[in-house]
Write a protein that binds this ligand. Structure first.
Ligand SMILES: [Zn+2]
Length: 311
């Protein structure tokens, strides 16, 4: 409680809130895993930190989604959107009860292949796995699958590896990845089911699209990009029986052409990734990115609410 009082006394805080309200700025946040499980390679935000943030947001912001934002145009508090990408099971099991406790709505951007095929999105999981294995293992793997890369540089390797895998036919990619992960007993992230997504929608949260397979679209052909956008929108609309108009680009990879394409197929709220606020009314929404406990410090500093760190 004393932390909150000290926040109230901070002139910078007042300035920040007045600035956001006066300038009609929307603050949009992007979260991923909320969990107490520690994974140094794919860090989650600890639930107690997430709860502190929610407590703070519920007091000082009007939290909306893109379906409800119009009703709050004249809100006394600055507006905020809390979004979650990918639809991990911990959104449903951990984040949702906390959001409900503080009566906060959210936007959940779903990778539709996951509930469709009852599995995680192999591509990202595999790349994450790949980042943690060493040079020698990478090369061994490359040779095993007839893929050679001699000059090891992690970033270049992941890129070359991406191109190699994307040159394969689906479901070869997924079968190869699954086999590799199973052989090494790698525990992939658990994802939400259609029933859980439907329940979240019925509770008034907004469901957005996040492509079907979660490939980074800058590495796809034009028609593949169109498929990823259209098919994910279609699957959500079929399962939820509502129009879907919000879309988040995977991995913050996008260009002007991609945004125009999304808008042209009815995904009018494009969620982008840049640590800044958005003018209310604009459909290109910048988001502050937060992964694990370390990145939340940056988020808190960006939002001007550092006092939350003193607990
Ligand atoms: Zn994502």
């Amino acid at each position: 409680m004393s932390g909150l009082i000290s926040i109230l006394l901070k002139p910078f805080f007042y300035f920040r809130i007045l600035h956001l309200k006066g300038k009609k700025q929307l603050t949009t946040l992007c979260f991923h895993n909320i969990s107490s499980t520690y994974d140094p390679y794919y860090p989650a935000l600890h639930p107690y930190i997430f709860e502190d943030l929610c407590k703070y947001f519920s007091k000082h912001f009007q939290v909306v989604n893109f379906k409800t934002i119009e009703q709050y145009q004249n809100s006394k508090k600055p507006l905020m959107v809390i979004s979650f990408d990918d639809a991990y099971l911990d959104y449903y099991e951990v984040a949702l009860p906390i959001l409900e406790k503080y009566n906060l709505t959210s936007v959940l951007n779903v990778i539709t292949v996951c509930p469709d095929e009852k599995r995680t999105y192999i591509w990202q999981t595999f790349v994450n796995f790949f980042k943690r294995i060493d040079n020698e293992q990478c090369l061994k793997f490359g040779r095993h699958y007839n893929f050679y890369y001699n000059n090891f540089n992690p970033e270049q390797f992941v890129l070359a590896f991406t191109q190699f895998f994307q040159s394969l036919e689906k479901p070869d990619i997924d079968n190869l990845a699954l086999k590799y992960l199973e052989e090494r007993d790698y525990k992939a992230s658990k994802m939400m089911s259609w029933d859980q997504i439907r329940e979240v929608n019925q509770k008034g949260h907004e469901i957005g699209a996040h492509t079907h397979n979660h490939y980074y679209i800058n590495s796809l052909k034009k028609e593949e990009i169109a498929f990823e956008l259209k098919h994910s929108k279609k699957r959500l609309e079929e399962e939820l029986n509502i129009p879907i108009s919000t879309f988040a680009f995977p991995g913050a990879k996008y260009n002007e052409e991609n945004i125009t394409l999304a808008e042209s197929i009815g995904l009018k709220n494009c969620l982008l990734m840049e640590n800044k606020t958005t003018s209310i009314g604009s459909n290109r929404i910048y988001r502050y990115l937060s992964y694990g406990n370390s990145t939340v410090r940056l988020l808190i500093q960006s939002l001007g609410i550092e006092s939350l760190l003193r607990r």
